[in-house]
Design a binder for this molecule. Sequence first.
Ligand SMILES: Nc1ncnc2c1ncn2[C@@H]1O[C@H](COP(=O)(O)OP(=O)(O)O)[C@@H](O)[C@H]1O
Ligand SMILES: [Mg+2]
Length: 209
Amino acid sequence: MKKGLFIVLEGPDRSGKSTQAAMLRDWLAGPGRKVRLTREPGGTYLSEKIRAILLDPKSEIEPLTELFLYETSRAKHTLKVIMPALKAGEIIISDRYTMSTTAYQGYGRGLDLKMVETLNRIATMGLKPDLTIVFDVPDKVFRQRECRGNDRMELQAASFRLKVNRAYKKLASAPGVTRVNAAASIEDVHSRVRSAVAALLRKKGFGTR
Ligand SMILES: Nc1ncnc2c1ncn2[C@@H]1O[C@H](COP(=O)(O)OP(=O)(O)O)[C@@H](O)[C@H]1O
Ligand SMILES: [Mg+2]
């Protein structure tokens, strides 16, 4: 059933995901090729509502509740956006997906990693990205980019954010995952992303770009 390509960009807040997602979309777009950019939490009307709850600093959310909110948003997003796009042969780029839940709710909150993996599998119905790119932020740069936003996740304690950053370093070495040094310039990071995606396009017979 799956004909398209599913690319996920991952990394801590301010690692450059949204910047690179837009650049990648622009690079990939062309005649005869439909490229769609989406994000988690979000991507559908309902999932964006859940996003607003998750990011509202006034929301009091326990770790388990938080986990289920992310997975609920993901189930809807996967069923209504990602799977249909793949079926239609589109290239879909998601700004965050399951690895974020492993990093934030698993390693960051300390929830049981097996439980998180199980819920990730249920919410995605077993769908796996064709490529996950992790923007790895060296600790020094991480501290420099620590100028925080004001959503509920960005307002978490520095210790939590550090745990998440460490988790990404670990997860970036998993098979099928491409790590990109996020400390490089925006153009250099884009060029690394392009080579990883070009290799995927060749492998999947999508024609080069
Ligand atoms: N490689 C880079 N070097 C320096 N600054 C960057 C780089 N990539 C992104 N930025 C800047 O860092 C900030 C966060 O980038 P953004 O793409 O929003 O990250 P994310 O989506 O991962 O939170 C933005 O102001 C962006 O312009
Ligand atoms: Mg972003």
